[in-house]
Design a protein around this ligand. Structure first.
Ligand code: HPA
Length: 238
């Protein structure tokens, strides 16, 4: 049944969804990486597509930016469309000088300044962690493709324009990069009973001030999508 934010027909979304922030990225992934892709939803221009990869049904949909937007789409995908795996494919800003541009990060867990997970469990701390099987499949895909990945924690922030020094403590506590969705998605996965993983590419570095050009963003993005699709297909039943 359609939800407030997704108009897809019942059964038209695959059990596994790649979730980029930008709906035009979703369209690009559908056109370039899925076979027989067709658009299945477009409420608020938040485009979603379903196709196949190696014969396995896979969907891809935009999430918008930030915890509230991405949590809405993830919740509705799980509750109303029986999605059981969501793989975020997004960008992040490095919090250490050795986290280099185009580097891929598998987010094993996420700290956050968002209150969403505390709100779920009575103000207590919530362990926002990736699904182990998806993480292991992504790590294996990276080895097979000979793509270097960092496996570590990230910081999910509600602020894109943060005050100077805002992320220093996160970096001191080992967090590799900042982005805006992962901790919320990991909370949705736990609450709604779906498996979650964020795969991120470093698009900029907050310490060095470097940022990727538009063309260079594409190559890192391609490697990330290829790995995410390996995970999607590899964790689907034959
Ligand atoms: N902040 C938050 N999210 C991001 C950033 C950033 O600097 N870079 C890429 N995603």
């Amino acid at each position: 049944m359609a939800t407030p934010h997704i108009e897809a027909e019942p059964g038209s979304i695959a059990p596994v969804v790649l979730l980029p922030g930008d709906p035009l990225r979703a369209e690009w992934i559908a056109e370039n990486h899925l076979d027989d892709a067709r658009q299945v939803t477009g409420v608020r221009n938040m485009l979603g597509f379903t196709g196949t990869v190696s014969g396995v049904p896979v969907s891809v949909m935009g999430s918008g930016m930030g915890v509230p937007s991405s949590a809405i789409y993830a919740t509705e995908l799980i509750r109303s469309y029986d999605v059981d795996r969501i793989i975020r494919v997004g960008s992040c800003g490095g919090l250490r000088s050795d986290v280099t541009l185009n580097q891929l990060i598998l987010a094993i867990g996420a700290g956050t300044d968002s209150n969403i997970n505390r709100a779920r469990i009575g103000g207590h701390d919530f362990p926002a962690v990736a699904d182990f099987d998806l993480l292991a499949a992504a790590d294996e895909a990276a080895r097979r493709r000979q793509v270097e990945v960092l496996v570590g924690t990230v910081f999910t922030s509600d602020l894109f324009y943060a005050p100077d020094g805002y992320y220093d403590a996160a970096a001191v506590h080992g967090m590799l990069a900042v982005e805006m969705e992962t901790a919320g998605l990991y909370g949705v996965g736990a609450a709604e009973g779906a498996r979650m993983l964020s795969i991120l590419t470093v698009s900029d570095n907050l310490i060095t001030g470097e940022r990727l050009s538009t063309e260079d963003r594409q190559s890192g993005f391609d490697a990330m999508v290829a790995m995410a699709l390996d995970v999607a297909v590899g964790t689907s039943e034959a």
